[in-house]
Design a protein around this ligand. Structure first.
Ligand SMILES: [Mg+2]
Length: 312
């Protein structure tokens, strides 16, 4: 294939047909006459650069983790920016061992969260930040979510960013919510005046988001009315074998499914940057690779093959 066409916007590099058919067969086996719901399937998606566009109008789109939030206090915005300047190069340094890097990321995220509290972040500032941001979803994300909602297939969006900000982005940019979509990210607690007072639960940073799948999947299945198994069987659903469709734009995103006991996984990688340098490793690591802000139509097509209607 000539290089120019290989690196086009919508390139789908390969499709593992045998794995797709195994996944599909397993889907059909799970259907019973009384239920057409696909409770044994999960979609796990990264947010930044996966559901959202990497470039907007030719420039790098704003990241949900760093850059989007203006907390209405210039001093604190500057302090968070200074942390970014210090820690961001460390995040990508090939010289720092993983254990040490994990500690550094915890340090960075904790300090950032403390600054958001100290600087008096309000929910109104979040709304304002999202409304003036350049963040945009890939084409076809709404249609993909609608399809998965209709099939009652849970979608876990994993992010090291802020759940409340992501939810606001979904509200403002997609103009709707989906009952099958759950955000697995850092969750804020606001007081009655809408001012941030603390964070809930365990800190999720770039290097530990895979540790949360098991904890986070169960409540979503409860929410969808999924039978979680016999009483007393904690997290029975997520302990059972499942099929996973995973979407990510980073090699580390492949680990998002580590906490799930999956039988089959189809991984879709979005390669947004350094395409020529990273192409080979992405092709090896992911089952299917899309390049350069490709829309979600191909993923929707794959999802409709993996999760067909009962009659098909
Ligand atoms: Mg990402």
């Amino acid at each position: 294939m000539p290089r120019a066409s290989l690196i086009s916007c919508c390139t789908r590099l390969h499709a593992p047909t045998s794995r797709l058919s195994l996944f599909r067969r397993s889907h059909h086996n799970k259907l019973t006459p009384s239920s057409t719901r696909c409770f044994s399937h999960n979609v796990i998606a990264d947010f930044d650069g996966t559901l959202t566009r990497y470039r907007v109008n030719g420039v790098r789109g704003q990241s949900i983790i760093h850059g989007i939030l203006q907390q209405g206090n210039a001093d604190y915005d500057a302090k968070r920016e200074a942390l970014y300047e210090h820690y961001h190069p460390l995040e990508f340094s090939p010289l720092i061992p993983l254990e040490e890097k994990t500690k550094l990321m915890e340090e960075w995220w904790s300090k950032t969260h403390d600054l958001l509290i100290e600087g008096g972040l309000t929910f109104d500032a979040i709304k304002q930040s999202v409304s003036s941001s350049s963040i945009a979803f890939r084409d076809g994300v709404v249609e993909l979510f609608e399809f998965l909602e209709e099939k009652e297939i849970p979608v876990l969006i994993f992010s090291a960013g802020l759940a409340d900000v992501i939810e606001e982005v979904l509200r403002q940019k997609l103009h709707r919510t989906f009952k099958n979509v759950k955000i697995v990210s850092n969750r804020m607690v606001f007081d009655d005046d809408g001012r941030l007072v603390s964070f809930k639960g365990k800190l999720i940073h770039v290097l530990n988001k895979n540790e949360h799948a098991l904890d986070m999947a169960a409540p979503l299945h409860d929410q969808l009315g999924v039978d979680n198994g016999e009483e007393g069987e904690e997290n029975a659903y997520v302990k059972q074998r499942t099929n996973v469709l995973l979407l990510g734009d980073h090699m580390g995103d492949l680990r998002m499914s580590d906490g799930l006991n999956y039988e089959s996984r189809i991984s879709i990688g979005f390669l947004n940057d350094n395409v020529e340098k990273s192409l080979e490793s992405y092709r090896k690591a992911f089952d299917i690779v899309y390049l350069n802000d490709a829309p979600m139509w191909g993923v929707l097509e794959i999802a409709s093959q993996l999760f067909p209607t009962e009659a098909s």
